[in-house]
Structure formats: C-alpha cells, structure tokens
Design a protein around this ligand. Structure first.
Ligand code: NAD
Ligand code: TYD
Length: 338
C-alpha cells in the first residue's frame, strides 16, 4: 500500500511517517510545504529509506496535488497538514483559514477525482469548544469552535464529512486531544515551558492557569490514527484522547519539578482572548471498535519528553531563532500583567 501523508514534516505528521516506515511495509509519500513548523530534521531517520519520498508543496496548490496523486497513486491519504497553533491564529488568521479550510478542500477534491480508497482527516477536540465539567464530548456533540484555528478545523471537519455524505468519498475523521512528545515546535504549552525552563526564562501562564486540557502522547495519537486508517468505518468520526485531564498550572509545576527549576519562574500573564476553559472527550468508540488504548503514562511521557529536549538542544536552538523570536515578541512582549 502507498499512503500520502500531508504535513509529514511537522510534529505529529513526522511521528506518523516514522511509525509507518518503521512498523509497516507501506510506501510513504510526505507532502509538506515546510512552513515554520515543518522541519526535515524530524525525518532524518527515514530520509534514506526507499519506501519514503518527500514532495515539497502547498496543499492549496491544486495542480501539484493532482499531479502528485496521479504519479504516486496512493491507496490512502492521511491529512495532517495545517496551521496548528491557536495563538498564531489569533495574531494572523488568514494563513490558518487558507491552509486549514481551503487546503483541506483541495485535498478532498483531488482525492474524490482520483477515487482514493481511504481519506483520514485529522481534526481536533477543539472543534467541540469549551465543556463544563464533568461533560466529555462524544462524537455526536455539536461543534462549538472559539478561535480562528478551531473554527477553521471545524469547517474542514464538516467539509470532509460532506465529501462522504455527498460523493461517497471514504472519509474517516479523527478528533484528538492535546498532544505532547519529541519534535513538538516550542510554541505549544509543554515544549515552550520545557525550553524556557532550561534557559531560566519566565514560564508565561495565561490567566489563572486553571484551564484544563487532556494530554495525549504523540505516539498514542499516531497509533490511534493508524487504527482508524486500518479498522475504522467509512464516514465515521473517532475521538482520540489521552484520558489525562490536567489544569495547565499542574502541567507547568510538573515541568519545573522534572527540570529541577524553581516555581519563581512562573509568570502569570494576560489571558488568551476567547480562551477555552476546558476540553474533555471520550475515546470509548475508538477503543470499542479497534481495541486501541492510550498506553503512555503522562508523568513517564513527560519525563521522556524532557529528556528528549535536553538531548536535542541543537534542534531546539535551530527552531528558536529568527522568525520564532519575532513571533515570541509579538505574542508575549505585551502580555505582562499590571
Ligand atoms: P505542526 O504545526 O507541527 O505541523 C504542521 C505541518 O503542516 C508542518 O510540517 C507544515 O510545514 C505543514 N503545512 C502547513 N501548511 C501547509 C500547507 N499549506 N501545505 C502543506 N503543508 C503544510 O502541527 P501538528 O501539531 O503536528 O498537527 C498536525 C495535525 O494534527 C493538524 O491538522 C492539527 O490540527 C492536528 N491536531 C494537533 C493537535 C496537537 O496537540 N498538536 C491535537 C489534535 C489535532
Ligand atoms: P496550546 O499548547 O497552545 O494548545 P491549545 O490552545 O491548542 O490547547 O495551549 C495549551 C494550554 O496552555 C491552553 O490552555 C493555553 C495555555 N498556554 C499558556 O498558559 N501559556 C502559553 O505560553 C501557551 C503557549 C499556552
């Protein structure tokens, strides 16, 4: 089987490519634009493998997507490519809407014309919006997006569904909770806190830090996407959660503990506009239908992730330069309370 993975140079996509090459006999074509979040260093372990090919391209480029599908004839598409960060979507929504909605449309349309046998659309629990405790979203919950990021994901999620309902394209949709693990770009909570703690920089906690997220190790997420690709029912939606809900402040405390840094590094800063208070979801359906389970214990996974960032300081230094510093200043420069 040949699979085409979009966004395979990013955090989750690269873990999925490494897992596919390492644990299956599939050919993997990675289609990626290499935005600030895409990094071929994430793929050095597979780059020389004859079953792996990289195509540098934008998912909004219909002609290139069409010609790549015509050449590679993938049996399945796993669509990860996205602008994936809420804060950036607040600062600059245009590329987020373009890639996440328009780009998903391009991929769906190309898949429909080619008659691809399986299209896994990678969505997020953020499409459900903020949920009051003790609610846990099941796949039937209404979509209630709050940020330009989650709205663009909700839009593409619905568009993917429409291609199943209208054109019978064999679409499957996954909605995962917050991922963590190696190679995550240090703009998201966990890698940002780890990288700042290493350098004794302030750890910026938005608002009161009591917002709740459900933490899923990236390898557990990838195994979930694989389970859906191989065993999921066409037209169905599958939640993928880590079954580990924590307030942000608890996560930050754990990072400080594991890095041996003082609590005085915590800085409470102005809250994110429209900040969702709590995400929570049930993965019962995926577990029942495929036997998938999240294996990684959060404390173990976090300690291993910290070890990875410690051992890969050159990778961190490479991505925390240039445009990253501009972004950091834009997002945090004006945020101090008072
Ligand atoms: P990421 O930002 O680390 O990587 C995104 C990748 O997509 C990069 O390699 C980038 O170069 C590529 N890309 C961006 N725009 C593109 C375009 N126009 N054409 C081609 N490639 C493009 O993202 P991630 O955290 O790995 O997330 C991957 C997917 O998983 C996204 O769809 C995201 O919405 C979803 N998701 C992420 C999380 C999470 O916690 N990170 C949770 C649930 C779902
Ligand atoms: P993030 O990793 O951006 O993921 P998402 O917003 O998609 O859930 O943020 C996770 C949580 O951490 C979210 O509630 C916002 C909060 N947060 C901070 O408090 N400080 C930060 O510097 C960042 C990046 C996030």
């Amino acid at each position: 089987m040949t699979i085409l993975v979009t966004g395979g140079a990013g955090f989750i996509g690269s873990a999925f490519v490494r897992m596919s090459i390492g644990q299956t006999d599939w050919r993997v074509v990675n289609f990626d634009k290499l935005t600030y979040a895409g990094n071929l260093e994430n793929l050095t372990s597979v780059a020389g493998n004859p079953r792996y090919r990289f195509v540098h391209g934008d998912i909004c480029d219909q002609a290139l997507v069409d010609s790549t599908l015509a050449e590679e004839k993938p049996d399945a598409i796993v669509h990860f490519a996205a602008e994936s960060h809420v804060d950036r979507s607040i600062l600059s929504p245009e590329p987020v809407i373009r890639t996440n909605f328009r780009g998903s449309f391009t991929m769906l349309e190309a898949a429909r014309r080619r008659g691809v046998q399986r299209f896994v659309h990678v969505s997020t629990d953020e499409v459900y919006g903020s949920l009051a405790a003790p609610l846990e979203a099941t796949e039937e919950f209404p979509l209630n997006a709050s940020s330009p990021y989650s709205a663009s994901k909700a839009g593409s999620d619905l568009l993917a569904r429409s291609y199943f309902v209208t054109y019978k394209l064999p679409v499957l949709i996954t909605r995962a909770s917050n991922n963590y693990g190696p190679y995550q770009f240090p703009e998201k909570l966990i890698p940002l806190m780890i990288a700042n703690a290493f350098e004794d920089h302030r750890l910026p906690v938005y608002g009161d830090g009591q917002q709740v997220r459900d933490w899923l190790h990236v390898d557990d997420h990838c195994r979930g996407v694989m389970a859906v690709l191989e065993k999921g029912r066409e037209g169905e939606i599958y939640n993928i959660g880590g079954n580990r809900s924590l307030p942000n402040l608890d996560v930050v405390h754990k990072v400080l503990q594991l890095t041996g840094k003082p609590e005085s590094l915590i800085e409470y800063v102005k809250d994110r506009p429209g900040h969702d208070r709590r995400y929570a979801l049930s993965s019962e359906k995926l577990m029942r239908e495929t036997g998938w389970r999240p294996f990684t214990n959060f404390e173990t996974g976090l300690a291993e992730t910290i070890d990875w960032y410690r051992a890969n300081s050159a990778w961190v230094a490479g991505v925390r330069s240039g445009a990253y510093l501009t972004y950091y200043e834009r997002n945090y420069g004006n945020r101090a309370r008072g």
